[in-house]
Design a protein around this ligand. Structure first.
Ligand code: TYD
Length: 396
């Protein structure tokens, strides 16, 4: 057996399944979130996959356009890909609300999006959107109708797909021989070094190291030629891959540098993951103790950002509304609902982030710069932000 379980994050709900009313609590779906390491490919994955249709459907609530940071991010990446690669045919896998494709001409752009609500949205924007899961079968259909693509782009989506062999085979099938496959996903280096175990939840079937990606892409005749480190979702890697038969591009130094870094951190070694798991169990204890002691001091504690990540944390650390009164979130589709599993109410910042709050746990720690700037008044009047990244502490 080459797959070894190293971390147990307890029973968890579907992280994006925000519940409308207390009547929904009794038949909520739970699965056991355990994380494994494959000693052959070095891939880190969750053990029990949730059926994709249960996570990605017409009720999907996460809008990429909701934050200023993400809107800017996709505007900039679209601009640089257009300038550097001058693609004449572009396809995005997992186009969400069109935050990336809207920067391309609809005449040369196609999209794939299994969540029907978003597929309708981008179809209405004039972008031909296939409302389906990415697969070799779908790639064959697109190939027949629309032909090969010069640029295949995907952000925060490939790590959601359970069968990576089929995923990369499908890319290989639809990509021109001199085309480029660019994808962005959270970095395993960041998860391990910052102890942000909350990157593991049902949608994140895998968290990628470059070492693992090299092994997996290789099986589908693809290879990485450049890597950029980007500061979204904590830290992510933007991977540039090409067909192995394309000899026009040299492998950039960034690829060797990333592999060297990952080897120096031991990401190709089980021991590293076992030590990480020990740090995660300690983080749970520290967070519980800190929140309980603040609660004993009669502080009003809320959480900032109803993220999927905080669903993992609160369910794993057994933190419910007896400790965290409510969560505030700017996404209308998450407001006036209950956080999955622990059922903490979610309300808008206008309704809840006011002078009565003493302590706010940074559920959306990946936006901490944007949030700390926005909430200067809270800090100035003595409000406290808490984070667990890279260890449990009060932010000063
Ligand atoms: P994100 O961390 O991108 O997602 P995930 O759910 O994948 O872990 O989501 C950030 C959430 O935080 C999103 O629901 C919006 C919310 N948010 C706020 O409430 N206030 C803010 O100032 C920002 C930046 C985000």
């Amino acid at each position: 057996m080459s797959t070894i379980e190293f971390l147990d994050l307890s029973k968890q709900p579907i992280a994006n399944n925000f519940l409308k009313s207390s009547e929904d609590f009794s038949d909520e779906y739970f699965y056991h979130l355990k994380v494994s390491y494959d000693s052959e490919t070095h891939l880190v994955s969750i053990v029990d996959f949730v059926p994709p249709e249960m996570m990605f459907n017409e009720s999907y609530v996460y809008h990429s356009s909701m934050s200023h940071t993400m809107r800017n991010h996709f505007k900039n990446v679209a601009k640089s890909l257009k300038e550097d690669l001058t693609p004449s045919k572009v396809l995005e896998i997992g186009s969400n609300d069109g935050v990336f494709i809207k920067h391309f001409d609809p005449k040369i752009t196609w999209a794939v999006e299994p969540c029907g609500n978003f597929a309708d949205l981008t179809n209405n924007m004039g972008y031909k959107t296939y409302s389906d899961f990415w697969s070799t079968e779908l790639a064959r259909t697109i190939l027949d109708k629309d032909g090969k693509m010069d640029l295949i782009f995907s952000a925060n989506c490939i790590c959601h797909i359970q069968d990576l062999k089929d995923t990369f085979d499908a890319v290989s099938l639809l990509l021109n021989d001199d085309g480029t496959f660019v994808f962005e996903d959270p970095s395993l280096v960041s998860v391990i070094t910052k102890n942000c175990y909350d990157q593991f939840y049902d949608e994140h079937a895998h968290i990628f190291s470059v070492i693992a990606l090299q092994n997996l892409l290789n099986q589908s005749d693809l290879e990485i030629y450049k890597i950029e480190k980007i500061s979204v979702h904590g830290v992510s890697n933007r991977i540039y891959a090409k067909k192995k038969c394309n000899k026009n591009l040299e492998i950039d130094a960034s690829v060797y540098e990333n592999v060297d870094l990952e080897k120096s951190l031991g990401l190709d070694n089980l021991e590293t993951y076992l030590k990480f798991a020990d740090r995660v169990y300690k983080s749970k204890e520290d967070l519980s103790n800190l929140l309980k002691s603040l609660k004993n001091d009669n502080k009003k504690i809320v959480s900032y950002g109803a993220t999927c990540k905080s669903v993992t944390i609160f369910n794993f650390c057994e933190i419910d509304s007896t400790i965290i009164e409510y969560v505030t979130d700017t996404t209308p589709a998450r407001q006036n609902k209950f956080l999955p599993g622990v059922h903490i109410p979610v309300i808008s910042p206008e309704d809840g982030f006011n002078d009565s709050v003493d302590v706010a746990f940074l559920g959306a720690w990946n936006f901490s710069k944007e949030i700390l700037e926005k909430e200067k008044d809270f800090i100035e009047r003595g409000g406290i932000f808490i984070t667990h990244v890279p260890n449990v502490r009060i932010l000063r």
